[in-house]
Design a protein around this ligand. Structure first.
Ligand SMILES: Cc1ncc(COP(=O)(O)O)c(C=O)c1O
Length: 393
């Protein structure tokens, strides 16, 4: 939900909440399918594990990327067939693998010989996707090092899978979340091409590539409150060309899936919070700094405030004559609970007072999943799903 659309439910709210616009999410999904013809979507439900959201995506034909048995169960409950649920987490215990297999899941991500051996033991004959490491360069959250293996390791992992009776089905990548560059994608596509060729040389022919998540939201701002402007159209062009190239060099027909999270939901969720207080204090370095404390912060809806700022609307102060630069922070006792580690200021109306509503836009991704359960006695924000008007988007 961005600045122009879907304000009514925010304006009507008298208490704090997070609001999702299901129509906007559906529209985003449809647009993505049009931009990348032939792609199948496995929505990364970690980014928004809200039943109504999952239900509307499942009804549109989306599958799900699940990070463990609980997410798999939630995806099935939303109406997705088990065949459209991918166990996309490379980190899993024997028990997790067996539970996923009992739930009917047959495709698993992996990145190590140890993990693939466990999949063979607890999910016999499953289809496996080997995740390739990416640099994470260009992304706000790189997701590098912890996941993925080098091309030569991928050959070893998938050869092990084949020898253990599994189907080496695909390769996957994740270019880092909120990837801001085309280069991040191009590097990943080049690594995929190199690895597909090396695998073919070993007689391992895959039928799928999973392009992962990483597609950006459009409504974020940087730490100083300047719009982030990811080159989405160029990213789609690079992806279309890259998919064609990979199809061309694969010895067998190659299908593509993608696991977007943020891109589908971020701009269609907004938080209605309120102002706790605007203060001005002398800092230890002698400077006077305004601090705007909100009812909502890192632990109840704005977890990603380390890397970005969200656009804010103060509905009672739209025509404010005077503004100040303030550090914006949440209500908790933790000093990390502040935008940009409390070092950067953004522009806010000077007239705001305690209790005034504030709408925090493009806050739909990773908000509900990263809410703590009562830190400082702060309850998770209630979640409300609404439908915007058709044609507004
Ligand atoms: C395996 C996997 N797929 C997809 C995603 C979704 O990423 P994004 O929200 O950047 O689209 C994530 C995010 O952590 C992930 O770990």
């Amino acid at each position: 939900m961005n600045a122009r659309k879907g304000r009514e439910p925010l304006a009507a709210a008298e208490t704090d909440r997070i609001v999702y616009d299901l129509t906007g999410i559906e529209h985003q999904y449809d647009t993505l399918l049009r931009e990348l013809p032939g792609i199948d979507i496995r929505f990364a439900l970690k980014s928004c594990p809200v039943d109504d959201v999952l239900h509307c995506l499942a009804a549109r034909g989306a599958g799900f990327d699940a990070a463990g048995p609980a997410e798999i169960a939630q995806a099935l409950h939303a109406g997705a067939p088990a065949g459209l649920v991918h166990y996309g987490n490379t980190i899993k215990s024997d028990q997790d693998i067996a539970a996923a297999h009992r739930l009917g899941v047959r495709t698993f991500a992996t990145d190590s010989v140890e993990d693939v051996t466990a999949i063979a033991a607890h999910a016999p004959r499953a289809r496996v996707f080997c995740r390739l490491a990416t640099s994470g360069d260009g992304a706000l959250w790189g997701l590098n090092r912890k996941f993925g293996c080098a091309p030569e390791d991928a050959v070893r992992v998938l050869a092990t899978a084949r020898a253990a009776g599994l189907t080496p089905a695909g390769l996957s990548v994740h270019v880092g979340s909120q990837q801001m560059t085309t280069e991040g994608w191009q590097q990943a596509l080049d690594t995929l091409a190199e690895t597909l060729t090396a695998l073919a040389g070993r007689g391992i022919v895959l039928d799928h590539v999973n392009l992962g998540g990483g597609l950006p939201a459009l409504g974020y701002q940087d730490r100083h409150g300047n719009p982030l402007d990811p080159p989405l159209d160029k990213i789609f062009t690079v992806l279309r060309e890259g998919m064609d190239h990979l199809r061309g060099l694969s010895p067998a027909p190659l299908a593509f899936v993608m696991e977007p999270g943020r891109h589908l939901v971020a701009d269609h969720g907004a938080v209605r919070a309120h102002v706790a207080r605007l203060t001005r204090r002398r800092q230890p370095d002698g400077t006077d700094v305004h601090w705007l404390y909100l009812s909502c912060g890192k632990f109840n809806g704005l977890y990603e405030m380390d890397q970005l700022t969200h656009r804010m609307v103060f509905p009672g102060h739209l025509d404010a004559a005077e503004h100040v630069r303030a550090v914006v922070a949440g209500p908790s006792c933790d000093s990390d609970d502040a935008y940009g580690e409390g070092r950067h200021t953004v522009r806010v109306p000077a007239s705001v007072t305690s209790g005034d509503p504030v709408w925090i836009l493009s806050a739909g991704a990773y908000a509900t999943s990263y809410m703590t359960q009562g830190f400082n006695g702060i309850r998770p924000l209630p979640c409300v799903c609404v439908r915007g008007q058709e044609g507004q988007h």
